[in-house]
Design a protein around this ligand. Structure first.
Ligand SMILES: [Cu+2]
Length: 66
């Protein structure tokens, strides 16, 4: 299942790496594709989108379903 979030407070590569770690902590096998300039986080995983939304929020960012 593919999930795409817009994360407007993801502003640099540091943010991207924090978000990547949060996603990998939920599902180490998730495929993640981040475009910082477009504020886009795409996740491919068998787990529900809500789990990733919560993990990204706990990491300090604001994911919005895109
Ligand atoms: Cu940043």
């Amino acid at each position: 299942m593919s999930t795409v979030f817009t994360v407007n407070d993801m502003t640099c590569n540091h943010c991207a790496s924090v978000i990547t770690k949060a996603v990998k902590d939920v599902d180490a096998n998730a495929r993640i594709d981040i475009a910082v300039a477009e504020k886009r986080v795409a996740i491919d995983s068998a787990l529900p989108a809500q789990e990733f939304a919560e993990a990204i929020a706990e990491a300090g960012y604001t994911p919005v379903a895109a």
